[in-house]
Design a binder for this molecule. Structure first.
Ligand code: 5GP
Length: 192
């Protein structure tokens, strides 16, 4: 079966991962597209669950073998990509796919899959709030934080490229809205 797809994209720190985790816990019909990446694993992450953590060499050889639907060097020497095998794996389970990817990758996937795919741009209420969240997260060095903030500013200008903009101000409300998006796209109605 070819299922449907949800792409959640956002400037770094907008809260999209929280939204995605909530949806995956709530809906059995959804499964997460595990990207491959060459960036360092964070302590709380699990290889094969959050990402497939691979070397730059292995990533480049997968590019040569055309194993990616889309890939990107998001930061210097930090590659991220969606493997064709992920889409096949999830559809073979009879499930719908959830992507958590950056703005450029999201636009690529949307352009490939069109109407099968609902693209959602998660936006913080303001850039200032986002910079504050990103800084408080404490997962970055000063240099990588500065790079992320620059990228955030570029990405905030892109929200009109997506099907829906989900403003993440009060989290509980954001999650209800995310439920509504999923149920409407999958079942044509909101079961709440
Ligand atoms: P992080 O390092 O914070 O996990 O992710 C950095 C950025 O890369 C985030 O915006 C994340 O959504 C994005 N990303 C994760 N996986 C992929 C992917 O497969 N392709 C693309 N284009 N971006 C990805």
């Amino acid at each position: 079966m070819e299922g449907k797809m949800f792409i959640f994209t956002a400037p770094s720190g907008a809260g999209k991962t929280t939204v995605v985790k909530h949806l995956l816990e709530k809906y059995d019909a959804l499964d997460f597209s595990i990207s491959a990446t060459t960036r360092q694993k964070r302590d709380y992450e699990i290889d094969g669950k959050d990402y497939y953590f691979i070397s730059v060499e292995s990533f480049k050889s997968k590019i040569d073998q055309d194993q990616f639907i889309e890939w990107e060097e998001v930061y210097h020497d930090q590659y991220y990509g969606t493997l064709r095998s992920e889409v096949e794996r999830i559809w073979a389970l009879g499930k719908h796919i959830v992507f958590d990817i950056d703005v450029k990758g999201a636009k690529n996937i949307k352009s490939i899959y069109g109407d099968k795919c609902m693209s959602v741009f998660v936006r913080p209420p303001s850039i200032d709030i986002l910079v504050e969240r990103l800084t408080n997260r404490n997962t970055e060095t000063e240099e990588s934080l500065a790079k992320r903030i620059q990228k955030v500013k570029r990405e905030m200008a892109e929200e009109n490229s997506f099907d829906i903009v989900l403003v993440n101000d009060v989290l509980d409300i954001t999650l209800l809205e995310a439920d509504h998006i999923v149920e409407t796209f999958l079942y044509g109605t909101n079961h709440l």
